[in-house]
Design a protein around this ligand. Structure first.
Ligand SMILES: [Zn+2]
Length: 115
């Protein structure tokens, strides 16, 4: 139930396109660690570092194998797609946590653990 295929299906269902998914995947390193243990290291990191002209990004996320790692991936991929659309379509960059958390809730709702 919690694996990359389920993750991709969820993300392609209205959150991002296949092209965006592949673009982000190519910039993502997955680490096989307990998601809770590495929460302080994972993230979506814009590049160049400390620049206000972002041209690229990298992701560090846990391998998907449980609910927590699934939610972390949904959260970070959402940050990444917002960055992607900022870089390639010139959309204003939304750096708040609102949309990533909304997508986590959308997933929880989908699997009926959130009412
Ligand atoms: Zn976040």
């Amino acid at each position: 139930m919690f694996d990359e295929k389920a993750f991709k299906n969820f993300m392609l269902d209205g959150i991002l396109t296949e092209e965006e998914y592949n673009f982000i995947s190519n910039r993502t390193k997955m680490v096989d660690e307990n998601a809770c243990d590495i929460l302080q290291y994972v993230g979506c990191f814009s590049r160049p570092i400390n620049s206000n002209k972002i041209t690229d990004f990298r992701l560090l996320v846990p391998v998907i194998k449980d609910l927590k790692s699934m939610l972390v991936n949904i959260h970070e991929y959402t940050h990444a797609v917002l960055l992607y659309r900022h870089i390639y379509y010139g959309l204003k960059l939304d750096e708040t946590e609102i949309i990533p958390i909304e997508n986590e809730k959308k997933y929880l709702k989908k699997i009926n653990r959130f009412k």
